[in-house]
Design a protein around this ligand. Structure first.
Ligand code: ATP
Ligand code: MG
Length: 562
């Protein structure tokens, strides 16, 4: 995989600027709006901003872009900090808020008015829209555009003082109503909104727009490279215009990159909010969501997410990344460090007729074949066991090398057994138990330890096993492009009705007693699992992080071969 890591054109720009002496130190920022929880798309931006700073001896600021009071909250701001830390990044004492600059933003706005480069407009929002023109037609000047500097200064001060109702006036930059770039047609800088802000409370009733607040905030913090997603490309001339026309200390460079899109999921905060709000999922940390809280609960590691982000790199054009690629990275990481255990998801009882009643042996099992340093453990073996229902077929198809009447299979770390009889429930015909015999010579260290049979299956001892619940997950959306919906319907038609399957009555080996939420294991042959916070004393709940089969590796191999 290494050789296939995508490029990072922004890294090249940063390195060039350091070499040429344009900057001595890189300063980036990650600027979330505290109006929702972070998702894997934000992780791309976090890894990029913090990663570039870290690699080049610079710093990355965490800045809350909190200029829109109605949707923001302290809870979101705190959750965002926790998520960035969990991903493994540290902003030190460099946490800032756009709302912390409200006074300076106000003063720079006054400076623009004084220079004749901003004016108070008293058209309604609807009229402003009409005057703006379209992509093909130029806009029209507002009748208030030539208001005197004094009048605009006076009105702006009174806007701040709370003399006017919402929508009575706005402050606009005076640029060019005929510009081919609609963003340059006298964009709004301030709106009146009599809404309390989660940090500044009732101190302000005018709030700056993103387009105005962002470049100034960047400049006040001495940001060198201001990285944002592609939809801001057309806003760059405006970003530069503000910085060129006010007396800020420096002029950061805005660079745009493509958002991360993933198949079979959605990344829009608005839609995530809807899925949670309408109960399509259990909450912001539902393991099916692409939120960092969801991925974490699912069992994803920060290391895997960072490796994934590094691998995909940054692009100048939008694209979609296969979910299978993200899954590949979590498998790679957990393969190295998750201890192996045996767990039977859909148990079928097996009685070894020739194994003495009451006898218990301890067999030695390897904790991680990838890492001998992780040692071994003892697993109890006895006369009554559970195996997976799937590992037995009464009428086996060709090449079914697991258990079948008269057929032998090896129990992992233990004996070879043979099925001698199938016990069924009289009324339904359902198989309820297998009667088997074991070959005592085939235990590890025994005279027939090396005897070969074609299949090996996992098992647990019935009297020693612990009960558990397992939650299996599938894609949240059935279509790769979750937003591809028939006309007149909404994206929820693509929700996968079987994205969650709960298995109660799972049997796991006793070494899992008392495991802590967040611990991760490989259940042999079944995938990687993480202990869910719903677990409690005497109750074990596991989420399957990812199954073992690696479809991404297959896709890559097919591409190389073909
Ligand atoms: P909204 O959905 O409200 O537009 P947003 O997704 O832009 O919000 P912000 O909180 O403003 O969310 O995002 C913080 C930073 O994360 C921004 O710099 C944004 O460009 C970046 N970001 C957001 N989504 C993605 C994504 N899918 N891929 C890469 N970066 C992203
Ligand atoms: Mg945004």
């Amino acid at each position: 995989m290494k050789g296939m890591t995508a490029g990072n054109f922004i890294r090249e720009i940063v390195e060039h600027d350091l070499k040429s002496g344009k900057h001595r130190r890189v300063v980036t920022r990650f600027p979330p709006e505290p109006n929702g929880y972070l998702h894997i798309g934000h992780a791309k931006s976090i890894c990029l901003n913090f990663g570039l700073a870290l690699e080049h001896g610079g710093v990355c600021h965490l800045r809350f872009d909190d200029t829109n009071p109605s949707t923001e909250s302290v809870e979101y701001a705190e959750a965002i900090q926790a998520d960035v830390r969990w991903l493994g990044f540290d902003w030190g004492d460099r946490m800032f808020y756009a709302s912390g600059y409200f006074e300076q933003l106000y003063e720079y706005a006054v400076e623009l008015i004084q220079k004749g480069k901003a004016y108070v407009d008293s058209l309604s929002a609807e009229e402003i829209r009409q005057y703006r023109g379209t992509l093909t037609e130029p806009g029209k000047d507002s009748p208030y555009r030539n208001r005197s500097v004094e009048e605009s200064l006076d009105l702006f001060a009174r806007m701040r003082a709370g003399e006017f109702k919402d929508g009575a006036h706005v402050l606009r930059a005076k640029i060019d109503m005929a510009s081919p770039n609609v963003n340059m047609r006298d964009p709004t800088m301030y709106r009146i909104r009599h809404v309390a802000h989660y940090r500044t409370a009732d101190q302000w009733c005018i709030y700056p727009t993103y387009d105005y607040a962002h470049p100034i905030s960047d400049a006040l913090e001495g940001i060198t490279h201001s990285l944002c997603t592609l939809e801001f490309e057309d806003h760059r001339p405006l970003y530069d215009w503000f910085l060129d026309n006010v007396s800020v200390p420096c002029h950061p460079q805005q660079i745009e990159f493509a958002r991360l899109n993933l198949t079979h999921t959605i990344m829009s905060k608005r839609r995530l909010l809807e899925l949670v709000g309408k109960g399509h999922v259990g909450g912001w940390d539902d393991p099916r969501l692409p939120t960092l809280k969801g991925l974490r609960r699912r069992g994803y590691t920060p290391e895997a997410i960072r490796a994934f982000c590094e691998h995909i790199g940054v692009q100048k054009r939008d694209g979609v990344v296969e979910m299978a690629l993200l899954e590949h990275f979590i498998r790679e990481d957990l393969n190295k460090r998750a201890p192996r255990v045996m767990a039977v998801l859909r148990p079928l009882r097996v009685v070894l007729e020739n194994y003495p009643e009451g006898r218990v042996e301890e067999v030695e099992a390897v904790n991680n074949p990838e890492d001998p340093g992780m040692g071994t453990r003892k697993v109890p073996f006895s006369r009554v066991l559970y195996i997976e229902r799937d590992d037995f077929r009464e009428v086996p198809p060709k090449k079914f090398f697991r258990l079948a009447p008269g057929q032998e299979v090896r129990l992992r770390y233990a004996y070879i057994i043979k099925c001698v009889r199938v016990v069924k429930e009289a009324r339904t015909g359902e198989i309820v138990e297998l009667r088997c015999t074991y070959d005592p010579e085939t235990r590890s260290g025994g005279p027939q330890a090396g005897r070969k049979v074609k299949g090996t299956i996992h098992w647990v001892s019935a009297t020693h096993a612990l009960d558990a619940e397992v939650r299996l997950y599938d894609h949240l959306f059935v279509k790769a492009d979750a937003g591809d919906v028939p006309e007149g319907q909404d994206y929820t038609v693509n929700l996968n009705p079987s994205s969650l399957e709960r298995l109660r009555g799972v049997k796991v080996e006793p070494s899992l007693a008392g495991v802590q939420p967040g611990s991760r294991y490989q259940f042999e042959r079944q995938g990687y699992f993480c202990v869910d916070p719903d677990s409690a004393a005497g109750r074990l709940v596991f989420n399957r992080t990812v199954a073992l089969r690696d479809s991404w590796a297959k896709i890559e191999k097919a591409q190389q071969d073909g």
